[in-house]
Design a binder for this molecule. Structure first.
Ligand SMILES: NC(=O)c1ccc[n+]([C@@H]2O[C@H](COP(=O)([O-])OP(=O)(O)OC[C@H]3O[C@@H](n4cnc5c(N)ncnc54)[C@H](O)[C@@H]3O)[C@@H](O)[C@H]2O)c1
Length: 435
């Protein structure tokens, strides 16, 4: 057995025996649950995080992500299975390193891969033979090979022989109680076949089904296909909502009836706009990449155009409903219910509710909000949801359909309810106006 083969076999042995040390760069919505899953499986996991507050909280066993159980985290930290640090030099002790840093858009809608580059540079400084590196952050096809690989590969230090590099997209669905890390199949594509095979072995330790693909580019594209599928279908159904509005039809009735077809139809639902860290952002990574190849990704751009108009459409519905009651947005007290970008999560990033609030304030509305999971946002504080806060509002707008809300009580006490999520389904009352 040659030395190069030794590297692979040695690492694989450590992985299957759960003796490999795992470093996770970025302990956010993706990195922390992954770190917890690996340490629950018996691995020693170190999170490398630039935010000192998060590092301090983890090392005290305090959890800041709703999907991670506080008691589990506490136990893992107490038993030295999980720790966090700001010190990147620990990377040199790691057998496998997984990058889970943010990939936002710049104001110009161009990808901001500076976080990936920074993580790549720290890994390069600490790289040793036999290490596996996996990028999980969502990005455009080519990033792993074009951005990370050149930082790591040097003379006499070759990918697939001396170290291993792969891309594996994250499929986290915050708040989803059915599909967790373990039972959500995981895609893995390596720079070489050996890279793929070792990364597959790593994820098989914590995930029931790992699906290898032929390259890092293919794995990067899988994630963008998944999110493009969502953005386009949401764009389509939002346009159907605009069409139904023109035709004075109930969009929700039409969708529910269409969804009784047992084949060839998958229901998507309209709403106040797209939110979250993934769906509104990731497809733009793809269209940006394609522009450089003189290809215009029309579906993505069109869906983006429709989705971005939805907060304005909702505000026009609020305006019309108040007008019916001889009121205007200006001067009206408007209570927004739900700031999180989707139900039952605490994440308000890119939330369309924030756009709705901004538009209402621009028109002179006196806006307040309640969200049991988001105590404050952009200078506003969540107010208690009480009979009097509902009664005091000229209009109550449901922007996020959290399940803890008692919609019957909301309708009973409110003067006017604008429901952008069909949260009041089954409740019949003339004061409800749906999107
Ligand atoms: N949140 C989701 O539901 C989700 C789902 C699928 C994919 N993703 C993708 O996963 C990636 C991470 O997303 P997230 O939601 O976990 O982001 P996040 O902002 O919650 O977490 C990222 C963490 O990385 C830290 N960080 C930034 N730069 C760092 C660096 N150089 N070194 C160490 N730590 C650093 C940040 O402080 C933060 O704690 C993104 O590419 C995102 O698109 C997210």
């Amino acid at each position: 057995m040659g030395k190069k083969e030794d590297n692979q076999k040695f690492l694989e042995k450590k992985i299957v025996q759960h003796k490999a040390k795992i470093g996770i760069i970025g302990l956010g919505y993706v990195g922390l649950p992954l770190a917890v899953e690996f340490s629950k499986a018996g691995f020693a996991v170190t999170g490398i995080e630039i935010d000192k507050d998060k590092v301090r909280m983890i090392n005290r066993g305090e959890c800041y992500i709703r999907d991670v159980k506080q008691s589990e985290l506490e136990e893992l930290v107490k038993n030295n299975r999980l720790e966090a640090t700001q010190d990147f030099s620990v990377l040199k002790d790691m057998d496998a390193i997984i990058i889970c840093v943010p990939t936002p858009l710049r104001k110009t809608k161009d990808p901001d891969i500076s976080y990936i580059m920074a993580a790549g540079e720290e890994i390069a400084k600490n790289l040793h033979k036999g290490q596996l590196i996996v990028l999980e952050s969502t990005t455009y096809p080519g990033t792993t090979r074009e951005i990370i690989l050149p930082k790591l590969a040097r003379r006499k230090f070759r990918e697939g022989k001396d170290f291993y590099l792969a891309f594996s997209p994250e499929r986290t669905d915050p708040g989803n109680k059915i599909y967790t890390i373990r039972n959500t199949p995981k895609i893995v594509g390596g720079i070489t076949k050996k890279c793929t095979s070792i990364a597959v072995t790593l994820y098989e330790q914590i995930i029931d089904e790992v699906v290898p693909v032929s390259s890092t580019e293919s794995a990067e594209m899988v994630k963008l296909l998944e999110n493009t599928f969502r953005i386009v279908n949401v764009g389509l159904i939002n346009e159907i909502a605009l069409i139904c509005d023109k035709l004075k039809l109930d969009t929700w009735e039409v969708i529910d009836a269409a969804a009784t077809k047992p084949f060839g139809f998958m229901p998507f639902y309209p709403g106040p706009g797209l939110g979250g860290h993934c769906v509104p952002i990731d497809p733009h990574y793809l269209s940006w990449k394609l522009k450089a190849l003189n290809f215009y990704a029309r579906f993505i751009e069109l869906a983006g155009e429709i989705n971005i108009k939805m907060p304005e459409f909702l505000v026009s519905k609020i305006d019309a409903a108040l007008n019916e009651r001889e009121k205007s947005i200006k001067g009206s007290r408007i209570l927004i219910l739900g700031i999180a970008y989707k139900s039952n999560v605490a994440d308000a990033r890119e939330s369309p509710a924030l756009d709705v609030i901004r538009l209402l304030k621009e028109r002179g509305g006196r806006v307040v909000y309640n969200d049991p999971y988001v105590p404050q946002v952009e200078g506003l504080k969540s107010i208690p949801l009480t009979e009097s806060s509902l009664r005091n509002a000229d209009c109550v707008v449901i922007t996020t359909d959290h399940s803890v809300y008692d919609y019957k009580q909301i309708v009973k006490n409110a003067k006017l309810v604008i429901d952008s999520r069909n949260a009041t389904k089954g409740i019949r009352d003339k004061k409800i106006v749906k999107l």
